[in-house]
Design a protein around this ligand. Structure first.
Ligand code: NIG
Ligand code: FE
Length: 428
């Protein structure tokens, strides 16, 4: 575990007086299929935090007897839960892309906008024109908004730099966000988000960009320890399955574990590839094939679904979450916070969409947003559960029942959130 040992002098804080406690307690790995039905709901149970760790989960009275001089956070008959893990975001970007939202409403598809030089390319032009400080200052309130919904761990991808210089700049901004705290941040290198326009214009441009990623960007990212994962937008019209394999195998040689934007809009066999590579997660999957479902179910790759993206794109489709769960896959959900397809900063709304659009039960949605989100970042032994020894990532929601979070859609019920034993949100 990365979390440190509490020092004897660290104050103990008890979270007590909850109406319900969503522990999500169980094995320190992704929950697959029917296992997702048990969110470990308890009554009369609180949590003791010391330093950056949970040191006990027990009945309130037992905690008070064991830690008589502890400080207390009164949950005020609310729901006590692990902090959410937002395992897929593109939080570092410049301006919003209002114009594309309207353009899509007139019938222009997402990939067509990208072909015309908009979409990801518009964000690339914009990011390159901004200073590191600007990018940092634009990202901070986005993280605060996520924390206000009870998120305590956030994955952030690069992918709007698309040059060695600007990808490294982006990942250094992510490192600065991580160092500043209080949220737990995990960095992913998404240099393979697109082929940059200046490369596209050349006949051998694609091959040259792939070569640049492999021989320049990945080694440079590894040299500065800037990313735990590498991701590729594996989609017909973006990167092919064989290019993705080549890229992720190269990234792995530099210590970055594979993740994929897989079968988002069209099935191209990306989910099957994710399983073959032993990717930590395969994300999106709205167009996954039956073979893809079977492959993920038989693998340890987490299927990360992003229901807000499909909603915001207006596709009228969603990933086949029930088929994935029934086949035995582990499903996570995340915001996909980005300026093009999901300008969403509310994790609780993702829980709503998980129930209403993906047809998960409330318990499954909670597991998808906690334990399985953690597993999608290789952190299943660190966070996502209220369990002794886990990182003190804890949230209190003003709700009488855990089902209230997906139910009251669009509401911000989170009153208090602590990440790694430090307050990251207090509602006023
Ligand atoms: O996850 N699909 C690729 N990447 C992002 C969107 C990027 C953008 O449009 O800016 C996604 O949806
Ligand atoms: Fe994404």
């Amino acid at each position: 575990m990365i979390v440190g040992k509490p020092k004897p002098g660290d104050t103990v804080t008890l979270f007590v007086n909850a109406a319900q406690t969503v522990t999500c307690a169980g094995p320190a790995r992704a929950r697959c299929g029917a296992e997702m039905q048990d969110a470990g709901i308890q009554v009369g149970v609180g949590v003791a935090v010391q330093g950056d760790r949970i040191v006990a989960v027990d009945e309130d009275d037992a905690l008070r007897r064991r830690f008589p001089s502890a400080a207390e956070v009164d949950c005020d008959r609310g729901v006590l839960a692990p902090g959410f893990v937002d395992s897929h975001t593109h939080t570092v970007f410049g301006r919003a892309r209002y114009e594309e939202h309207e353009l899509r409403a007139t019938g222009v598809p997402y990939l067509e906008i990208a072909k015309r030089g908009g979409g990801i390319h518009a964000s690339v032009r914009d990011l390159r024109s901004r200073s590191d400080d600007e990018l940092f200052l634009l990202a901070v309130p986005r993280l605060q908004a996520l924390a206000a919904g009870g998120v305590t761990t956030v994955e952030i991808k690069s992918g709007y730099g698309l040059s060695v210089h600007d990808e490294l700049r982006t990942l250094r901004v992510v490192a600065r966000l991580a160092a500043t705290g209080p949220l737990n941040i995990v960095a992913t290198c998404l240099g393979a988000h697109e082929v940059p326009l200046e490369y596209r214009e050349r006949p051998d441009g694609r091959a040259r960009w792939i070569d640049c990623l492999t021989h320049e960007l990945y080694p440079a990212v590894a040299a500065e320890h800037l990313a735990r994962f590498a991701d590729v937008f594996c989609e017909p019209g973006v990167f092919t399955v064989s290019e993705t394999r080549q890229l992720l195998e190269a990234a792995r040689k530099h210590g970055m574990l594979p993740k994929l934007h897989a079968d988002e809009l069209h099935d191209g066999g990306a989910a099957v590839l994710a399983a073959q590579l032993g990717a930590t997660s395969a994300d999106h999957l709205a167009a996954i094939s039956p073979e893809g479902i079977a492959a993920l179910a038989a693998s340890s790759t987490v299927a990360t679904l992003l229901p807000a993206t499909m909603l915001f794109l207006g596709t009228g489709r969603q990933a086949p979450a029930r088929a994935l769960i029934e086949a035995g896959a582990a499903v996570a959900v995340a915001t996909d916070l980005n300026p093009g397809t999901s300008p969403l900063q509310s994790f609780p709304l993702v829980l709503t969409l998980a129930v209403s659009q993906l047809r998960l039960s409330a318990s499954e949605a909670w597991i998808a947003g906690t334990v399985n989100g953690a597993a999608a970042l290789g952190l299943a032994g660190i966070t996502g559960q209220l369990r002794e020894g886990f990182r003190a990532d804890v949230a209190v929601h003003a709700a009488d029942d855990f089902r209230a979070l997906p139910y009251w859609f669009g509401e911000r019920l989170c009153r208090v959130a602590w990440a790694g034993g430090r307050a990251c949100h207090v509602s006023v």
